[in-house]
Ligand binder design. Structure first.
Ligand code: SF4
Length: 407
């Protein structure tokens, strides 16, 4: 099985293997942060069938042509992988790229729901399309509730699952899993198992984040991000191209007033910020002061900060910061430029000590240990009763208390 391990440091949370899950390839530039898109250059090499026909060569190098390919054979990869893995989802595209059909996005989220041992980091520059997707999902939920609630009532005894089954969250999970089933990624028995395990909503193992590069994109995208259902809302400032400031309340629960039922409506906090300067040919400058600013904000709020790299073109607009700054190799007293030995500025040993910050989101970031392949004796009996009522064969996996170990 292809493991697609990655060196991206922010996928290497303790207890997880870091990997990419690239089932969509292809994109279009969205904003200034895309100008030196790594994926564009990588895909242009055409190393696999799914990488072909997606870019065109211009005087400034390859650029996306707006097409995308689906690597169908990779869609079930997380289901086959038992070792807990932190997946960066679609590093060669954007899950919410406008032409991607909602049915495909739903099927991929169904796979994520069915893979609770893994964590999925979804990063987008298009949070407004993510909003449209979740509206589409709720419309499908309304249709399903209207169409199938009566049928479900007829098949399941009221003492069993009907109360739970009537919740909107259960139906959201149902629609996502059903999209995965329609694509042949899971079967009806898998769907029943997962629905039975009562995974909460938002999915506890899916972290939705936005990629921003300057104040304008941060203002536009972070506001929308916080309206999305996510276990961890996070921001990637990479490549950071200008100063970015947040009000401290971006990192707190914020009351928005009463909803239509008179209940308090709350905007969730952003829990994690990843920071990085640009690397590769034509890298634009990264100011060390931007890293200092977000580290200081992390110290006075609850947000966790992960400084990934300083980039290939480093400056320090505030060299008057004491001895720690002098630890930068190659710093010259008469200039703001900083020369680091690591070509991406990613060796934290070269940084001032106070910037060596690589923290992970605080709870509830990591999903509770749960394996959909494991049934205890108790849950097996419960499962068997439900299957009997639905006229289904017993679960072939049988009850066990053991957890499955990795590939
Ligand atoms: S959104 Fe991401 S993948 Fe798409 S062009 Fe921009 S940097 Fe590249």
């Amino acid at each position: 099985m292809s493991k697609a391990k990655t060196k991206i440091q922010w996928t290497h949370m303790p207890g997880f293997v870091g990997a990419t899950w690239n089932f969509i390839i292809g994109c279009l530039r969205k904003s200034a942060g895309c100008e030196n898109c790594y994926a564009e250059r990588q895909v242009h090499r055409g190393l696999s069938e799914q990488h072909k026909g997606l870019t065109k060569l211009t005087g400034h190098g390859p650029v996306w042509n707006g097409a995308y390919n689906v690597a169908e054979h990779r869609l079930d990869e997380p289901l086959r992988r038992t070792k807990p893995t932190m997946y960066f989802v679609n590093s060669l595209s954007d899950l919410f790229f406008e032409p991607i059909p909602f049915e495909l996005i739903a099927a991929s989220l169904g796979v994520m729901a069915a893979s609770q041992r893994h964590v999925f980091q979804v990063l987008t520059k298009r949070p407004e399309r993510a909003v449209e997707f979740f509206e589409w999902l709720d419309e499908r939920v309304s249709e399903r509730v209207a169409r199938e609630d009566e049928e479900l009532r007829a098949n399941i005894h009221p003492d069993d699952h009907i109360v739970y089954a009537k919740t909107l969250d259960w139906w959201r999970l149902y629609v996502l899993l059903d999209a995965a089933r329609k694509r042949g990624l899971i079967d009806v028995a898998d769907r029943a198992d997962i629905l039975h395990s009562r995974i909460p909503w938002p999915l506890p193992n899916v972290w939705l984040g936005v990629s921003v590069e300057n104040q304008k994109t941060a203002d536009e995208r972070v506001r929308v991000l916080r309206t999305l259902p996510s276990a961890v809302h996070w921001i990637s400032q990479e490549p950071q191209l200008g100063p970015i400031e947040y009000r401290d309340d971006v990192f707190e629960w914020q009351p928005l007033g009463p909803d239509e039922n008179g209940e308090a409506k709350l905007l969730p906090p952003v829990r994690w910020v990843v920071v990085g300067g640009e690397s590769g040919p034509g890298a634009r400058p990264f100011d060390v002061q931007w890293a200092r600013d977000i580290v200081a904000q992390g110290e006075r709020t609850d947000v966790s900060v992960f400084i990934k790299q300083m980039g290939a073109s480093v400056i320090d607009s505030n060299p008057d910061t004491g001895n720690s700054f002098m630890r930068f190799a190659g710093w010259k007293p008469d200039t703001t430029a900083v020369k680091l030995a690591h070509r991406k500025g990613g060796d934290a040993d070269e940084w001032p000590e106070e910037l060596r910050v690589r923290d992970w989101p605080k709870a509830p970031a990591v999903p509770a240990e749960r394996s959909t392949e494991t049934l205890t004796a108790e849950s097996y009996n419960e499962d068997r009763r439900m299957r009997e009522k639905l006229g289904m064969a017993p679960n072939p996996k049988g009850p066990t208390n053991a957890t499955t170990e990795g590939t």
